[in-house]
Ligand binder design. Structure first.
Ligand code: DBV
Length: 257
């Protein structure tokens, strides 16, 4: 088992590099420690596919932890035309009343798919959501002005999204690139900044509340591991055995004990 470095993963010509660099810089003030990640998941390169749909893909992982954040991790996929992804999730400790920070920045041959949210562990719990949503909803309204809606999401995913879920699909090409620079990057920075303000303000909860939060976090992590929309893509690139272990033992590794 080897920890990842606290330096951000560097993937040449990876479009989401500025996003990861910003997130790593923003986390520096929280005294991050490396998060233990098995060597084979730190950097995995594979090539293959058909003559019409070849791929040459690298999936790299970055992670850290802090006193209030159990796991902060980035799944970074760079495969040129085939795929370019930053999946960035902050999993808070259940000892603090905090949502998840979730970012899915996905470029596939059919376009860009972008998801940003401060995701509730307990969506029907006002103590957990009210103060967050009071600040998140105006930010969502502002960020949504320039971005088309991403359309419907799986109904079973609804319990894991806040009303401030920023969800959009935009076309490849210069127009999409401009929107990513002018709208998506500011949204990512503002959502992350708001999240880190809540982290700064968070104070420890009692054991009963911690067990409630842990139960909600387990529901979220279990759902995402089982329904990870990236499963097909990762399996095509890196095979089923590597993919299942990556999803369950790294990306969504929360356990009840
Ligand atoms: N998504 C992940 C991880 C990825 C990843 C670990 C390593 O959770 C990429 C990469 N997300 C990824 C890809 C797609 C999506 C889709 C490649 C496109 C799949 C495809 O169309 O082939 C937000 N991500 C999506 C979608 C949503 C999200 C809503 C589209 C709907 C879907 O395909 O499911 N964030 C993502 C999500 C949840 C979340 C599904 C669920 C709670 O919090």
């Amino acid at each position: 088992m080897r920890s990842s470095s606290l330096e951000p993963v560097i993937l040449p010509s990876w479009r989401w590099q500025p996003f990861l660099n910003h997130a790593v810089e923003a986390l520096a003030r929280f005294e991050p420690q490396p998060y233990p990640i098995p060597e084979r998941f730190l950097w995995q390169s594979d090539s293959g596919g058909s003559t019409t749909r070849p791929f040459n893909v690298t999936t790299a992982t970055w992670g850290c932890k802090t006193n209030k954040l159990r796991q902060v991790r980035a799944a970074c996929v760079e495969g040129g035309e085939a795929a370019s992804v930053l999946n960035f999730v902050i999993n808070p400790s259940c000892n603090y009343d905090l949502p998840f920070f979730g970012a899915d920045l996905v470029t596939l041959p059919n376009g860009h798919l972008l998801a940003l949210d401060l995701q509730p562990a307990l969506k029907n719990d006002a103590l957990h959501t009210q103060l967050v949503w009071e600040k998140l909803l105006p930010l969502h309204q502002e960020c949504s002005k320039k971005l088309p809606s991403g359309g419907p999401i799986p109904a079973e995913a609804e319990p894991f999204f806040s009303p401030g879920f920023l969800w959009t699909r935009i076309p490849l090409g210069p127009e999409g690139d401009e929107l990513i620079k002018e709208a998506v990057m500011p949204a990512f920075k503002n959502y992350l900044n708001l999240y880190l303000e809540f982290v700064d303000a968070a104070t420890p909860v009692d054991a009963l509340r911690a067990s409630e939060l842990l139960a909600g976090q387990l529901r979220y992590s279990t759902y995402r591991a089982l329904k990870d929309p990236a499963r097909g893509m990762l399996t095509r690139f890196h095979g089923a055995e590597w993919t299942e272990s990556y999803i369950h033992d790294v990306l969504f590794d929360l356990r009840s004990n």
